[in-house]
Design a protein around this ligand. Structure first.
Ligand SMILES: Cc1cc2nc3c(=O)[nH]c(=O)nc-3n(C[C@H](O)[C@H](O)[C@H](O)COP(=O)(O)O)c2cc1C
Length: 284
């Protein structure tokens, strides 16, 4: 199991020592044109997680390719570039300009921008024709049938899935006004974990594609639960804001968590969550 960061949750150029703990670094989503993002306040704490409405603030693909990507390469870590846009052609054009990276993650699920006009499968299909790099489709668990979307992007040529993005949510202040200027934002952190485990489980069963699991992972035990539901790799998001040492800590805890349930590696835990026989043997 490899440990990545969740897109948008780590600035590798500002914190290279955190990025170097990772097996691969995933960039913030890059869009064709620069974006300032949403007006402040765009972050709020809630009792069960964090709300953000960053709105895909990023330098745009031209500056990203000319300035950010070369500096990221100097870190010597495998790179994934998260690609966003507002129609299939946006995604495909950015994908066609990328090379010398490990994979592309297609952000098909940001809750803080208006939805892309084209469907997830259309976007993946356009990108498939534009690049030979591995394509990971990042999906939202907000879809009524995420397994159906997973099947559609698999048929369109996705090599893997990233699950899950934040869920649209609202927090109110004392005067009952929305805390975020945008009104709503994306909920991340511990509240997401059970939702993510379910989405991973059904998408793994539906497609068998490699999955990067994310959503509220804070400990090695959390990471092992993601593996048991079908995640091959995991990504750390919100936890990085509170604990920049989380990648190394989670990796160490993962080894202990494997020992606790009697498996040699996280890969051996895959599908344990499905076996009634094992469920009887392993204490809850
Ligand atoms: C501040 C912030 C910014 C984010 N920006 C992006 C982004 O640019 N692209 C993306 O695909 N996901 C973005 N996400 C979602 C995360 O990558 C991740 O899917 C989500 O937060 C769930 O993981 P977590 O609960 O461990 O944070 C962002 C999340 C946060 C908290």
């Amino acid at each position: 199991m490899r440990i990545l960061n969740a897109s948008g949750c780590l600035d590798a150029l500002a914190a290279p020592e955190v990025a170097r703990q990772l097996d691969a670094f995933v960039t913030k989503t890059v869009t064709p044109l620069p974006r300032e993002g949403s007006a402040p306040p765009r972050i709020a704490e809630t009792a069960h997680g964090m709300l953000n409405a960053i709105g895909l603030a990023n330098p745009g693909r031209e500056r990203f390719l000319a300035d950010h990507l070369p500096r990221l390469r100097e870190l010597g870590i495998p790179l994934w570039v998260s690609v966003g846009g507002f129609c299939a052609a946006d995604y495909a054009e950015t994908s066609s300009l990328l090379s010398g990276i490990e994979a592309i993650e297609l952000n098909l699920s940001c809750p803080n921008v208006d939805e892309a006009a084209d469907s997830a499968a259309e976007i993946v299909s356009a990108c498939r024709q534009a690049t030979e790099l591995p394509l990971y489709a990042k999906l939202s668990a907000a879809h009524p049938d995420v397994a159906e979307v997973a099947r559609a992007v698999a048929a369109a040529g996705a090599d893997g899935l990233s699950l899950i993005n934040t869920l649209r949510a609202t927090a109110l202040d004392k005067q009952l006004r929305p805390v975020l200027a945008r009104g709503s934002g994306g909920l991340s952190g511990p509240a997401l974990k059970p939702v993510a485990l379910h989405a991973i489980s059904v998408c793994h069963e539906a497609t068998g594609l490699p999955i990067v699991g994310m959503g509220g992972i804070e400990t090695g035990r959390d990471a092992l639960e993601f593996a048991a539901c079908g995640a091959r790799d995991i990504a750390l998001g919100t936890v990085l804001f509170a604990d920049p040492g989380a990648p190394a800590r989670v990796r160490a805890e993962l080894a202990t968590a494997c020992g606790d349930v009697g498996v040699a590696t996280p890969d051996d835990a895959r599908t344990l969550a499905k076996s009634p026989e094992t469920q009887r043997k392993v204490p809850a």
